[in-house]
Design a protein around this ligand. Sequence first.
Ligand code: 5GP
Ligand code: MN
Length: 345
Amino acid sequence: MGLQVIPEQEVAFGQITSVIEASQQIAICAHTSPDGDAIGSGLALGMIIETAWPHKQVTNLLADDAPVPRIYNFLPGASKMVPASRYAGSPDLFISVDLSVDARLNKALPVLGRSRRHVIIDHHPCETHTGEAFVIRPQAAAVGVIVTEYALHLGVRLTRPIAQCLFCAIVTDTGRFQYQNADPESFQAASLLVDAGASPAEVSLNVYQSFSLAYLHLESAVMSRVTTFAGGKIAYSYATIEDLRRTGASLDECDGLIDEVRSVRGSEIALFLKEVPGRKVRGNLRSKTNWDVSKVASELGGGGHAAAAGFTVEGDLDEVLATVLPKLRDLVDVPDWRDATGSLV
Ligand code: 5GP
Ligand code: MN
């Protein structure tokens, strides 16, 4: 069985296509601190548009000044990505990928301000946004799934580079097809992409089997500190700026550390905190069951999905732990006569 066509999405794809057709200069950008879905689906979308409309000028922007995270720079086209702060253009169209909240565009926000039109392709729950045409489908495991379907909608052939980027997007956002969002649609899209030439082994080699020794030393420090509370339901750990200095690991290498924290037996919620320059702390939250951690992330000015959310707050580690841990305890602290979602059983 192949990918099912979703009628409402086909209508939205048609609207997106009309906007693209009416635009010449197109900028594509994903969220700050980009992950595999952000980079992979943005690059693939760029290649799909260039294939369907060879005369359009497409630029893949990075929201931050930092280069493409090392584990994703093997992706076709990654070396051509441009930091938004160095992009002086005023595009006809700005396509937000893997984000609906403009504030998460960081240094690309002024580029959006200079753009004539705005399209969004995303899978984060969102109530208000500024896209005139959009597909925002929280049920989609990754934006990579939606972009795969857009290529099929357009009839654009999935070349090996396009397939590799999209496969990487889906693998990373589903935690290697292990998180709650790993559904039939994501497997079907993945199957199609592997058929089109994506290499699971190459993606895995670069993303999951190429850690620096510095990172492994950091990981061992983070693992040695994992703590559980609330009867073992909540697990957390953290990395300090001093840890990074001592081990030589870089900030963007910390992205996988939350997966170590979530691996604790019996834990239902995982929290990983890292100190970032400017007396700020970045938090990753994950839920392994039905708890909605996006509520806690939103209260802290962040957001995300029920099962995976993030936030950045001011303060030092102790202060942030003192704020976040009680919120997590409150989340899981429901009487026994309610089920895991808080509803009456
Ligand atoms: P991560 O913890 O891997 O950075 O993010 C988990 C999920 O939450 C991702 O889908 C990410 O896009 C989203 N997310 C992370 N941080 C923020 C934030 O500050 N604001 C919003 N709206 N979403 C976030
Ligand atoms: Mn995503």
